[in-house]
Design a binder for this molecule. Structure first.
Ligand SMILES: [Mn+2]
Length: 325
């Protein structure tokens, strides 16, 4: 069934998160995309509806005191703010178009969408080199940008816990907050999740994918099926969902494009492939939010990553805007 959101508009959310990553610089992704947009006459950053969600990156001035889930208290408070902002944006019948730093924020995005739409079944399309399914009990690094989907699924994955890890009580409390925010846990079901381009996982994550049958459309399969086939397969898998959130980690792209992201992995998508896929997904009326993350100009030279990614983002933005009008 086609639904038309009469009068609905877009709000760009700026979330310069940095606390969830292991390398520094993802908080500069928004500005690097803004600079990359200057050569475009229709820069999305001219859009009148923009909201900035405050982060707690100043905590990085001191070492993390919560091994297991590094800087989780600052991340928790940022989740709260992001959820409140998403409540306002979606309550005003606007489409949230989120440009965030590290990928930990996607857990807050999913939480915010679910809290704003508690009776709706939410599906997630996760375009990424990584599965981001770790918990503090399995993560070798304790970096929360590897955990956002586990917060949304409410999964500790204790069956695969690494008992040698040090996890403080504060880390466990913070983790519980991330999972239970809004009093809804889980926010999504494992059968309502689709991966595209995932190619660098740990066995603890593989065990969850196998247990719950979470599909991953690999880069090779993408090239066999074409972007339309991939989009259709992902949307078909989520046919029972009322709303769909698309999360785009730029490390899904091939390392030939740029090194300007924290955890690059070879054999990824090319820009045209990602752009065509995202364009097709965002024409679907069920898609209710889009997020791009992990552009890191400090790891780059000449802002290559943002310059490569900005056209994808601009196309995505106007695809949604055209759909809504
Ligand atoms: Mn990611």
């Amino acid at each position: 069934m086609k639904r038309k959101f009469v009068g609905q508009l877009i709000t760009i959310l700026e979330v310069n998160s940095e606390l969830g990553a292991g390398t520094r610089g993802a908080s500069l992704g928004f500005e690097s995309l803004q600079i990359a947009s200057l050569s475009s006459e229709r820069s999305i950053f001219k859009h009148p509806h923009q909201v900035k969600v405050e982060t707690e990156n100043n905590l990085l001035l001191s070492p993390s005191t919560t091994p297991g889930a590094r800087y989780v208290q600052g991340i928790s408070r940022t989740y709260d703010r992001l959820c409140a902002a998403l409540g306002d944006v979606m309550g005003g019948n606007h489409f949230p178009f989120i440009i965030a730093g590290d990928h930990s924020m996607a857990g807050g995005t999913i939480a915010g969408i679910k809290i704003a739409n508690p009776d709706k079944r939410l599906g997630v399309i996760w375009i990424d080199a990584h599965a981001d399914l770790h918990s503090p009990f399995t993560s070798p690094s304790g970096n929360v940008h590897g955990m956002p989907l586990a917060t949304a699924l409410g999964m500790d994955n204790m069956e695969n816990a690494d008992l040698s890890l040090t996890i403080t009580e504060q880390a466990k409390e913070g983790w519980a907050h991330l999972k239970n925010i809004g009093g809804i846990c889980p926010k999504i079901k494992p059968e309502d999740l689709v991966f595209i381009g995932v190619r660098d996982t740990e066995e603890e994550e593989d065990a969850l994918c196998e247990k719950y049958g979470i599909p991953n459309i690999t880069v090779d399969e993408f090239r066999q099926m074409g972007f339309e086939g991939v989009a259709q397969k992902a949307l078909d898998k989520l046919a029972a969902c009322d709303m769909i959130y698309v999360s785009f980690d730029v490390d899904s792209l091939d390392t030939s494009i740029s090194v300007g992201t924290g955890t690059p992995v070879p054999h990824g998508l090319y820009v045209e492939e990602a752009q065509s896929l995202i364009h097709t997904l965002l024409t679907d009326p069920k898609v209710c939010a889009f997020e791009v993350v992990e552009v890191n100009p400090l790891l780059d030279s000449h802002n290559q990553m943002a310059r490569a990614v900005y056209p994808i983002i601009e196309d995505a933005f106007y695809t949604v805007l055209n759909r809504l009008h």
